[in-house]
Design a protein around this ligand. Structure first.
Ligand code: NAP
Length: 276
């Protein structure tokens, strides 16, 4: 393959958009996908090859994969599984539907897409699969249970996949961002409004504090980095002959990854339970 190709999910904003832009200017052929048609139009107007891909919809995933493979003649070097959202809410306030919706996008759609592309990469005897996980795929914090469960599950599947693909020429890496400036909080707030009824919850008072955090514009959390901070790690995962299994982004990721090794679960709780 001369020009390296990559399919990226969730390019309407934030990390997906920043990585799509950065890789395009580095010479990659980027298939920048987005959930909504209006974002596909915007991305196309900016010169991206863009397709609609909604991770919650199998038909949409299959359609996007066919569209991309049609254009490349059946090859694809890399996949950056980036699209996801954060569902806020205490665990006891999560309905089965709320949890299912979180997993449909963050896990099931991501795995379905990946599994459609693995045979292509196996045939090529090369490929890169990069999963955008999270610091919250490494440690738990309160009121984020659905999201954390989806990212812990993604971590488990990805570590397994990496072992199963050993020797195939396909390398698998996890990116573990901490706080990144993007539309993530805005989008989380929308899902909170959609699925959680604070007035009916014993957590009502805590939700008020949480709402304040979600509605804060800019860097609400110390050590927040711009979306572009993820790009160098993705480039390493794509271009190194020996990509890492995990890439940490932001100081909090390094800190909590270390703390979880040093502290017992109860002492780790004492630190992380402060993050409402
Ligand atoms: N921001 C952070 O602090 C942070 C920290 C750690 C990890 N991450 C991870 O980084 C990734 C990108 O998030 P971000 O920070 O860039 O937030 P963002 O600006 O909200 O971007 C999320 C992207 O995912 C897309 N998405 C949501 N549901 C989707 C679906 N069903 N199908 C396809 N795409 C979907 C969104 O599309 P719409 O615009 O259509 O909703 C958007 O393009 C996520 O995996 C997130 O978990 C973020």
């Amino acid at each position: 393959m001369d020009q390296k190709t990559i399919l990226i999910t969730g390019c309407s904003s934030g990390i997906g958009y920043a990585v799509a832009k950065g890789l395009k200017s580095r010479g990659y052929r980027v298939f920048a996908t987005a959930r909504r048609s209006e974002d596909v139009e915007t991305l196309s107007a900016e010169g991206f090859e863009s397709f609609q891909l909604d991770l919650a919809d199998s038909a949409s995933i299959q359609h996007a994969v066919h569209a991309v493979l049609d254009r490349t003649g059946g090859t694809l070097y890399a996949l950056f599984n980036n699209g996801a959202y954060g569902q806020p809410g205490a665990v006891e306030d999560l309905s089965r539907d709320t949890l299912r919706a979180q997993f449909e996008t963050n896990l099931f759609g991501t795995v379905e897409l990946t599994n459609l592309l693995i045979p292509i990469m196996r045939k090529q005897r090369e490929g890169r699969i990069i999963q955008n996980s999270s610091l919250l795929g490494l440690v738990a914090m309160p009121y984020r249970g659905a999201y954390i469960a989806s990212k812990f599950a993604l971590e488990g599947l990805t570590h397994t996949l990496r072992m199963e693909l050993r020797g195939s020429g396909i390398e698998v890496s996890l990116i573990e961002p901490g706080p990144i400036l993007s539309k993530f909080r805005d989008n989380s707030y929308k899902m909170y409004q959609h699925y959680i009824q604070p007035d009916q919850s014993v957590h009502k008072t805590t939700y008020l504090a949480m709402e304040k955090r979600l509605l804060t514009k800019g860097a609400a959390v110390p050590f927040t980095l711009p979306s572009e901070a993820v790009l160098p790690k993705v480039i390493h995962a794509l271009e190194s002959t020996s990509p890492k299994a995990q890439y940490y982004v932001t100081f909090p990721t390094y800190l909590f990854a270390t703390l979880r090794r040093l502290l017992s679960a109860k002492w780790l709780d004492a630190v992380t339970r402060r993050f409402i």
